[in-house]
Design a protein. Structure first.
Length: 259
């Protein structure tokens, strides 16, 4: 039986006294590949930042690898949402990944041969070794995301968090990217925030629906009950999830209106 790598108990969080998360409880097992889904403003990214220690809860407890998140940040890899880069800036793929090795008080000259070997190994995990001398601005959206995953992996973390990692990637690139994550999941626990039900369909192992409160489902498929929880619509009503789900295998949704 897998041990819980993340434990959340009775978590509450507000922005400017406006509740964002209410009474959240969650256990994530080692080796899981979990998608956090839900409507915009439902609290997905906020919950991710709380697990990373970037925000502090109003009430409740979070333990990551048995400790407060800030105590284990070096054991967590993070790919944030909307990583903006200046494509004209002359920085190489190798240099971008080496940024994951930067420490306070140590500049670029502080990188060792061991750091560079680790960087090439991380690029190998995302199948980007051949691009290590390429300028980052010359890459496609999907390739850039792979580089940022390599940057997150260069410290050999035990957890990998990704926030909407395929928002700017085309459909083919999305499939390839999630196939990569599925392969990485053989050795690392992954949590991905996404609005894309394709992820739920074919790649992840579990789903957390977040809309102020959280509903955990230990399988990679949605039920009518979960859709109602997320979007406050019933099986008899037209639901916004249907618009997203068109073109996907219907096993993603157990109960939904089909017009």
């Amino acid at each position: 039986m897998s041990l819980s790598i993340i434990e959340i108990r009775d978590l509450n969080f507000s922005y400017n006294r406006q509740p964002v998360l209410l009474d959240v409880n969650l256990d994530i097992k080692a080796g899981d590949f979990m998608a956090m889904i839900g409507p915009n403003g439902g609290g997905k990214t906020t919950l991710l930042k709380l697990m990373l220690g970037l925000l502090s809860a109003d009430r409740g407890r979070i333990r990551v690898l048995g400790k407060p998140p800030n105590d284990v940040s070096h054991r967590i890899g993070y790919v944030p949402q909307d990583v903006h880069i200046n494509k004209d800036f002359p920085v190489s793929v190798l240099d971008v990944v080496l940024m994951g090795k930067l420490k306070p008080g140590r500049g670029w000259s502080g990188h060792s041969r061991k750091d560079r070997i680790a960087t090439l190994q991380a690029l190998g995990k995302v199948e980007m070794t051949d691009f290590h001398n390429r300028r980052i601005g010359e890459l496609s959206g999907g390739q850039i995301q792979r580089v940022f995953v390599a940057r997150a992996l260069v410290t050999e973390p035990e957890l990998l968090f990704l926030d909407e990692p395929t928002a700017s990637i085309d459909t083919k690139g999305q499939r390839e990217f999630y196939t990569l994550l599925k392969e990485l999941n053989q050795t690392i626990t992954i949590i991905v925030v996404s609005h894309d039900l394709m992820v739920v369909s074919g790649y992840v192992k579990s789903v957390a629906c977040v809309n102020q409160r959280l509903h955990y489902h230990g399988q990679a498929e949605l039920t009518g009950e979960m859709i109602e929880f997320m979007y406050h619509c019933t099986a008899e009503e037209a639901c916004p999830v249907e618009l997203i789900a068109h073109g996907l295998p219907h096993r993603v949704l157990h109960t939904h209106r089909d017009d």
